[in-house]
Design a protein around this ligand. Sequence first.
Ligand SMILES: [Zn+2]
Ligand SMILES: [Zn+2]
Length: 174
Amino acid sequence: MAMLSLDIRSLEHGAATVNAVLTPDDGVWMEEDSPRPAGEGIRVSGRLSTAGTGRYYFSGHLDGAAQQECRRCLTPVETKVHAEVHVLFTTPGGEDDDDPDVFPVGGAQGDVIDLRPAVREQWLLEVPPFAECRPDCRGFCPKCGADLNAGACGCAAELDPRWDALRTLRGQPE
Ligand SMILES: [Zn+2]
Ligand SMILES: [Zn+2]
């Protein structure tokens, strides 16, 4: 089984090839994480190698899809996500501890590199916060709720701001 957690001893004789999946139900996800990956999860591939004493570097990419809703008409939208992932891991206690872009080498013995938190973070950065089913989606009429992609409702004229301006003008005292 391909893993997203690696023992640093496996890097003694050279870089490790990573090709694994972060599933949507993995324990690394927080309750508020949205959207999670659809389908089998996020495919993560790349290479993990040593980068000096107590330093390890992962370089690769992630591929997945997010299931979202069009923010205008609520149609389900699948967003493909492809992103580069470059992460530095260091043994805690060094000069990089305060760097938010550096992840600590973990595990009870300080010998485990867990790629999952870095993949989760990159995923949440890459997924667009709002999806649209198409660039010119017209959404719902805010007044009558009609799906404007299916055609105009009768409210358009009333909602036109130019009419509001006209009404304001007429309502003003002479
Ligand atoms: Zn839409
Ligand atoms: Zn309407």
